[in-house]
Design a protein around this ligand. Structure first.
Ligand SMILES: Nc1ncnc2c1ncn2[C@@H]1O[C@H](COP(=O)(O)OP(=O)(O)OP(=O)(O)O)[C@@H](O)[C@H]1O
Length: 315
């Protein structure tokens, strides 16, 4: 397999006050992928990005980017990285094109007006090139942040909460932009609170909590390994005990015996098959039901279960 574009091993960061924000993080990012890093507030996502981008000094471990040790070849490696931080940061009185041009210069790249135009056009900012940034809408300002991060043609792009506070339409628009970047060969690591975003965009997903990476896998593999089916049978008559004949199924009784709940399956369709089977078995056992609600778990359910499970284990 190709060498990962980013290879993080045993990364640690303990802040001066004693907070351990990264606790032995191992992570490999493949060239050309979109990787979504999910985690609750304070999980360590921004610290991890900061460590790779040189804003946070790790207290342990190592980072290799593009096959280079980041500590030794920091300047060369950093030039190939783009960062769109969570917070909007620019001179609000500056004009769009000037600001993007300036960013390119900051990375020591020679001026290239054609490239700046291309970046602005790809983000639908060309018409706004002479507008002061303060006059733009929040979503447009965010686009300028992306344009700045792309101005020096990075191979690896970090997007820290790229669509926070952006309306649904603009969010979808951003997703299209991110997809287009991937098509151009840019590797993308995004952090997000919108699990839908990870579900929609990412090739692989990593879950981080309390400075530890809990899981990294292909999105589809996560869904099939950890996905669940939940079915609620509303019973015609309350049930006191689950009949022994149904003990093979993962069932619980709720609602004072009026709701029989199946929670099982593995995201591969097994759950749906078992629920269909169970419906027939109930009829055969003479258990009448007047309603059936079935739902498949989403990446969000999986994420919440995962973070809660680990918290319980740690308690
Ligand atoms: N400069 C700092 N000094 C001390 N502690 C910090 C500093 N920056 C972050 N922390 C702490 O480190 C932990 C991880 O924070 P981090 O910002 O990396 O999390 P996050 O996953 O990005 O959170 P969010 O989703 O809220 O942005 C938190 O407990 C945070 O309070």
């Amino acid at each position: 397999m190709d060498e990962p574009i980013l290879d993080i091993r045993g990364l640690e960061k303990t802040y001066r006050g004693g907070v351990k924000a990264l606790d032995g993080v191992d992570l490999e990012i493949r060239r050309g992928e979109i990787f979504a890093l999910l985690g609750p507030n304070g999980a360590g996502k921004t610290t991890l990005i900061g460590a790779v981008c040189g804003m946070v000094r790790p207290t342990g471990g190592m980072i290799r980017a593009f096959g280079m040790d980041m500590e030794r070849h920091w300047k060369t490696a950093r030039r190939k990285i783009g960062l769109v931080p969570q917070e909007l940061s620019f001179d609000m009185f500056d004009k769009v094109q000037r600001q993007v041009r300036f960013s390119r210069g900051m990375f020591g790249c020679p001026p290239d007006e054609a490239r700046i135009e291309e970046v602005l056009r790809s983000l639908s900012l060309w018409d706004k090139r002479d507008v002061q940034i303060r006059e733009l809408s929040g979503g447009m300002k965010r686009r300028v942040m992306i344009a700045k991060a792309l101005s020096h043609d990075p191979e690896l792009l970090f997007l820290d909460e790229p669509t926070a506070g952006v309306d649904v339409e603009l969010r979808r628009d951003m997703w299209r932009q991110i997809d287009a970047l991937r098509d151009r060969g840019v590797t993308i690591i995004l952090t997000t609170h919108y699990i839908e975003e990870a579900e929609e965009m990412a090739d692989r997903v990593g879950v981080i909590n309390k400075g530890k990476v809990l899981l990294v896998d292909d999105k589809s593999a996560i869904m099939s390994k950890l996905g669940r089916t939940e079915a609620h049978f509303t019973l015609a008559e309350p049930m006191v005990n689950i009949p022994a004949a149904l003990s093979d199924y993962p069932l619980t009784l709720e609602g004072e015996g009026t709701c029989l709940i199946y929670r099982g399956g593995d995201g591969t369709g097994k759950g749906k098959r078992e629920v269909a089977d169970l419906a027939q078995r109930l009829t055969r056992e003479g258990v009448a039901f007047i309603g059936l609600d079935t739902r498949e778990s989403t990446l969000e359910d999986i994420f919440v279960d995962l973070v809660e499970d680990k918290e319980e284990q740690a308690a």
